[in-house]
Design a protein around this ligand. Structure first.
Ligand SMILES: CC(C)(COP(=O)(O)OP(=O)(O)OC[C@H]1O[C@@H](n2cnc3c(N)ncnc32)[C@H](O)[C@@H]1OP(=O)(O)O)[C@@H](O)C(=O)NCCC(=O)NCCS
Length: 245
């Protein structure tokens, strides 16, 4: 049942969520807390989730999902009532955010619009990401599967992450790859993580080379002297190492 302790804890959580907005959203500087509650969709979705999650934990049927659905309709942010979210969570702008059932989010995490913390298929059990404390996830990033993003990690806008991310690492691109570890470029031998093998580009380059050969054969057989167009290499298979740059 709702006791005074629960209410006090709830008020404390709301205070910390609101101070996260003041600290991390430059647009919120000087804006009163009441205005933030009424105008910031990320805050509204989080408050609705805190209630839905509490009711879900008490085993209340129907209401938690309905709350989550109404919140989604109003804010464009879908958070499963079972998802565990720590203190000081902030979703900036909000629209298009999806947080799956078994996602776990630590303290002081920031997400931007269009972020998905999703599963990769029809697996059951733990199938959504775990984000440790102080993680930031840029707009449009997709984090898929039961991966762990270490504390203080940054995920770049539009990055696709399907593997664990070490703490204090910046990951960008698709597939997501580290470009900073503890604020420095990855160093040392065999750490060319930026120029990852690209099997699709390799296959297209191989096809392009075969078409070039066929064009040459056809030109030779038909007595033409037409120079076949060279297939353009899509990207170098092995780029310069970023180590020590
Ligand atoms: C990933 C991010 C956090 C990196 O910030 P940072 O720690 O200052 O790192 P840098 O800007 O030095 O970038 C590191 C490298 O990643 C590259 N990079 C940065 N963001 C990238 C992205 N989203 N996609 C691809 N590459 C990116 C940079 O070009 C740089 O490459 P280099 O090492 O070859 O020079 C930031 O660029 C980002 O994407 N933030 C999300 C912001 C957002 O979503 N805003 C929405 C507001 S509405």
């Amino acid at each position: 049942m709702l006791g005074l302790g629960t209410i006090a804890r709830g008020i404390g959580e709301v205070r910390r969520d609101l101070s996260a907005v003041h600290a991390r959203d430059p647009a919120a500087r000087g804006v009163a807390s009441a205005e933030i509650v009424t105008s910031w969709p990320g805050v509204q979705a989080l408050l609705a989730h805190r209630v839905a999650h509490g009711l879900h934990g008490m085993g209340v049927p129907f209401v938690p999902r309905s709350l989550s659905m109404v919140s989604r309709a109003l804010t464009g942010i879908e958070i499963h009532p079972a998802a565990c979210i720590g203190h000081g969570f902030f979703i900036d702008h909000g629209s298009g955010v999806v947080i799956g059932e078994t996602a776990r989010i630590g303290d002081d995490v920031t997400l931007y619009q269009g972020v998905t913390l999703g599963g990769t298929g029809f697996a059951t059990g733990k199938r959504h990401p775990t984000l440790e404390d102080n993680v930031t996830v840029g707009a449009g990033a997709k984090l898929l599967g039961a991966i762990t993003v270490g504390h203080g990690a940054k995920i770049g806008a539009n990055t696709v992450v399907i593997h664990d991310v070490p703490p204090n690492t910046t990951v960008v691109g698709n597939p997501g790859h580290p470009v900073r570890v503890d604020g420095r470029r990855p160093e040392g031998p065999d750490t060319d993580w930026v120029h990852l093998p690209d099997p699709i580009a390799d296959a297209i380059n191989a096809l392009s080379a075969r078409i070039g050969e066929l064009e040459r054969d056809v030109a030779a057989l038909s007595g033409q002297e037409r120079a076949p167009g060279d297939g353009r290499v899509l990207r170098p298979v092995q780029g310069p190492s970023p180590a020590g740059g």
